[in-house]
Design a protein around this ligand. Structure first.
Ligand SMILES: [Mg+2]
Length: 219
């Protein structure tokens, strides 16, 4: 029997939702490029890096741009996004998050964030929950983004845990694939499309019981 001793959280869509902020920022960039961009298009950007997101939008418009223009649009998107999340606070935490962080900390369960976002540390500070995490691995720390398992492997390593001793909470397909590729236990959260992909699915973290977690994973 494997002992679960660590929880690894994706940030966006698991701990907090800034999807609307991302969507509106990408929509402004797409508009500038003359590419139609809907909430449905935005779905395919969830959990992937900023560069890959821009490539998808360019691909949708059949556009090729210079490296300089690419970098300019990446920066512009991030500036739109940062301006819109500057006022974010704990009221934006998703249901069950604060309670789980407090309880897990009490039980001395190690916790880390594993996010593709380069803004993860900024957002955690805005939410004032950074003190719960023993490690934060974000887009600045990884060479290869999800679905590569690097972000979670680095998280587990920072916690001195093996992947099989960790539970990864993810809301995106790319993140679930990353966790599975790294041999982690994974729980899909808050994205009904994952129900077909994961063994364990929660609508939100209020449904996660620490007392049952080992049993939950073994079943
Ligand atoms: Mg996510």
């Amino acid at each position: 029997m494997v002992n679960i001793n660590a929880l690894l959280f994706d940030l966006d869509g698991v701990l907090v939702s800034t999807e609307t902020n991302h969507y509106l920022a990408w929509k402004a960039i797409a508009q500038e490029l003359g590419v139609p961009f809907t909430e449905h298009d935005n779905e395919s950007l969830k959990g992937i890096s900023r560069a890959d997101s821009l490539k998808k939008i360019l691909g949708k418009g059949g556009l090729t741009i210079s490296n300089e223009e690419f970098d300019r649009l990446m920066t512009k998107k991030n500036n739109y996004y940062l301006a819109s999340i500057a006022e974010i606070n704990q009221s934006k935490l998703l249901p069950g998050v604060k309670e789980l962080l407090i309880l897990a900390k009490e039980r001395r369960i190690k916790m880390a964030v594993g996010s593709s976002s380069k803004n993860a540390k900024f957002i955690l500070e805005k939410l004032n929950i950074q003190q719960y995490f023993d490690a934060v691995i974000d887009g600045n720390d990884v060479q290869i983004p999800k679905p590569n398992p690097e972000v979670f492997l680095k998280g587990a390593s920072a916690l001195n845990s093996l992947p099989i001793e960790c539970i990864v909470f993810e809301d995106a397909q790319s993140g679930v694939e990353a966790a599975l590729a790294g041999n982690f236990n994974v729980i899909g959260v808050g994205n009904p499309a994952l129900k077909n992909v994961v063994t364990h699915y929660l609508n939100d973290l209020t449904e996660f019981s620490i007392d049952n977690y080992a049993q939950l994973i073994r079943n």
